[in-house]
Design a protein around this ligand. Structure first.
Ligand code: MV4
Length: 457
C-alpha cells in the first residue's frame, strides 16, 4: 500500500485524488502554483508545497521540481491527475528511476499509445477493428494518394503525435490531398515537433464512444462500461453520458471486448480509456485512440457501477491489485455529466475568470458535484476554465435529464458567467432528448442551442 502520495495537479481532480487517498489512509501532499494558494486542494491535503509561478510550464509541468518535491517530503507515489504530466512517458520513467511510484501506466505503455499511428497497429495486432486507413506512418505523397484511393474519399489526415482532434485535416477530394497533407505536416511539426501523419477514412455520421478499463499491469484487465462523448465543441467535451443510448447489445459487447483486448496486449496498469467511433450508418465500430490516464468524465462510470476508479488506481499502484473482477461489475441506470466552465456561452465561450461572489452547489439524491470552488474563491486566468462537473444518476435517461435540469437550475454561481445556461438550453433541445445527434451536431447547431449576444446593438 502507498503511504504518502504527492498530487501533481490542481483543481477538482486534485481534490478528487485527495479524497480517495484519505479513505485509504494514504497521506497526501498537494503542490500549488502562486496562483493557486487559495485553492481547495491546498487546504484538504495533509501537506502542501508551493512549486513556482502561475505559468504551468514553471509549476505543474516542471517534472524535475515535482519529483524533487516528492523525494523531499518522502512521498512513495505521485498521482498525475489528467492533463499536465499525466500522459508523459518520460515523466513516468523518471518517477520510476527516482524510486517514486507513478500512479498510472509504465512509460512503455504510454509510448505505445502516444503515437496514434503506432496505436492503430497495436490495436490491429490485438484484433481490434481500426478505421480503414494507412498502416504505420504515411509520409510521402505517392503513398498518401495510393492509400486514400484505396479507402475512398473523404479522408481525414491526422497527426501521429496529436490526439483529441488536434492537428486533423479533412481531404474531401483527391485534388485536396497533397495540399492538405502538407499543411497538416507543417501544423504537426509546429505543434508537436513531429510532422508524422496518418490517414483514416472519414466517418461523418458517428458517435464517440469510449470504454473505461482498469488493468493490473500483468495482463489482467476489466472494463467498467462505456461513455458517449459525442457532444463536443472544438474538441472539448461538454456533456458525457453512459451507457451509450444508441447502440445494440451485440455492438456494446464487441466494444467492451475490444477495449479489454487492447489494454491487455500492453499489460496496461491502472485506469485507461479506449476511444471508438461508432459508425451510425454501418452499425460498426472502430478504434481511434487510447487515453492512458484517468479522464475528466470518469465519474459517469462511477455513478453507473459504484466502482471508485481513483481508489483502484491507488490500489494497483500500491501493489494490492484490482479489488474487482469482471463478474463483479454491474451497470445500473443512466448517468450524465455536464462540465461547468467559467466561460460565457453567449459570447462564443469566452473564458471568464474572476471571483465567485456567491456559490452554492446543487445536491440531493443521485447528484454529485466535483469541484474545487467555494464562495469567495477567485478562478485564476492561467489554467483551463472548468470549475465543476455536475454528474447525475437516475434509473433511466429521461429521468437523468430531468434530474440534471433541476440540479443546474438550482446551481448558484454569482460573479462570473458560466456554461450553466448553455447546458440548460442543450438539455431542452429536441436532438439531445431524442438522441438525434452525432459528433458533428453541436458544432453545426451551437447558434440554435446558445444564441450569441449581439454586442453591436
Ligand atoms: C474522426 C472523425 C471521423 N472519422 N476520425 C476528433 C477527436 C479525436 N479523438 C478524433 N476525432 C474525430 N476522428 C475519423 N476517421 C471525426 C472526429 C471528430 C469528432 C469525434 C468525436 C467527437 C467530436 C468530433 C468532432 C469533430 C471530429
Amino acid at each position: 500500500m502507498l503511504r504518502r502520495v504527492l498530487i501533481a495537479n490542481r483543481g477538482e481532480i486534485a481534490v478528487r485524488v485527495i479524497r480517495a487517498c484519505r479513505e485509504l489512509g494514504i497521506e497526501t501532499v498537494a503542490v500549488y502554483s502562486e496562483a493557486d494558494r487559495d485553492s481547495l486542494h491546498v487546504r484538504l491535503a495533509d501537506k502542501a508545497a508551493c512549486i513556482g509561478p502561475p505559468q504551468a510550464t514553471r509549476s505543474y509541468l516542471n517534472a524535475g521540481s515535482l519529483i524533487g518535491a516528492a523525494m523531499y517530503v518522502k512521498a512513495d507515489g505521485i498521482h498525475p491527475g489528467y492533463g499536465f504530466l499525466a500522459e508523459n512517458a518520460a515523466f513516468s520513467d523518471e518517477c520510476a528511476a527516482a524510486g517514486v511510484k507513478f500512479v498510472g501506466p509504465t512509460g512503455h505503455a504510454i509510448r505505445r499509445m502516444a503515437d496514434k499511428a503506432v496505436a492503430r497497429a497495436v490495436a490491429a495486432e490485438a484484433g481490434v477493428p481500426t478505421v480503414p486507413g494507412s498502416d504505420g506512418k504515411a509520409v510521402d505523397a505517392d503513398g498518401l494518394a495510393a492509400v486514400a484511393g484505396k479507402i475512398g474519399y473523404p479522408v481525414l489526415i491526422k497527426a501521429a503525435a496529436g490526439g483529441g482532434g488536434r492537428g486533423m485535416m479533412l481531404a474531401e477530394t483527391p485534388d485536396r490531398l497533397s495540399r492538405n497533407a502538407l499543411s497538416a505536416q507543417a501544423e504537426a511539426q509546429a505543434a508537436f515537433g513531429d510532422s508524422s501523419i496518418y490517414l483514416e477514412k472519414y466517418i461523418g455520421n458517428a458517435r464517440h464512444v469510449e470504454v473505461q478499463v482498469l488493468g493490473d499491469g500483468r495482463g489482467g484487465v476489466v472494463h467498467v462500461g462505456e461513455r458517449d462523448c459525442s457532444m463536443q465543441r472544438r474538441h472539448q467535451k461538454l456533456v458525457e453520458e453512459g451507457p451509450c443510448p444508441v447502440i445494440a447489445p451485440a455492438l456494446r459487447k464487441g466494444l467492451h471486448e475490444a477495449a479489454v483486448s487492447l489494454a491487455a496486449s500492453v499489460d496496461y496498469e491502472g485506469a485507461g480509456t479506449v476511444e471508438f467511433l461508432v459508425d451510425l450508418d454501418a452499425d460498426a465500430f472502430y478504434f481511434i485512440e487510447m487515453n492512458t490516464r484517468i479522464q475528466v468524465e470518469h465519474p459517469v462510470t462511477e455513478m453507473l457501477t459504484g466502482v471508485d476508479l481513483v481508489r483502484e488506481q491507488l490500489l494497483v499502484a500500491g501493489g494490492e491489485g484490482l479489488s474487482l473482477r469482471q463478474k463483479d461489475v454491474k451497470l445500473r441506470g443512466h448517468a450524465i455529466e455536464c462540465r461547468v466552465n467559467a466561460e460565457d456561452g453567449a459570447r462564443n465561450f469566452m473564458p471568464s475568470p474572476g471571483t465567485l461572489s456567491a456559490y452554492v452547489a446543487p445536491g440531493g439524491p443521485g447528484v454529485r458535484v466535483d469541484s474545487h470552488c467555494y464562495a469567495g474563491y477567485a478562478v485564476p486566468p492561467y489554467y483551463d476554465s472548468m470549475i465543476a462537473k455536475v454528474v447525475v444518476w437516475a434509473p433511466d435517461r429521461a429521468q437523468a435529464i430531468d434530474r440534471m435540469r433541476a440540479a443546474l437550475a438550482g446551481y448558484v454561481i454569482d460573479g462570473i458567467p458560466s456554461t450553466v445556461p448553455f447546458h440548460l438550453s442543450l438539455l431542452d433541445s429536441e436532438a439531445f432528448r431524442t438522441n438525434a445527434f452525432n459528433t458533428q451536431w453541436l458544432e453545426k447547431n451551437i447558434e440554435r442551442v446558445m444564441p450569441q449576444e449581439n454586442t453591436a446593438a
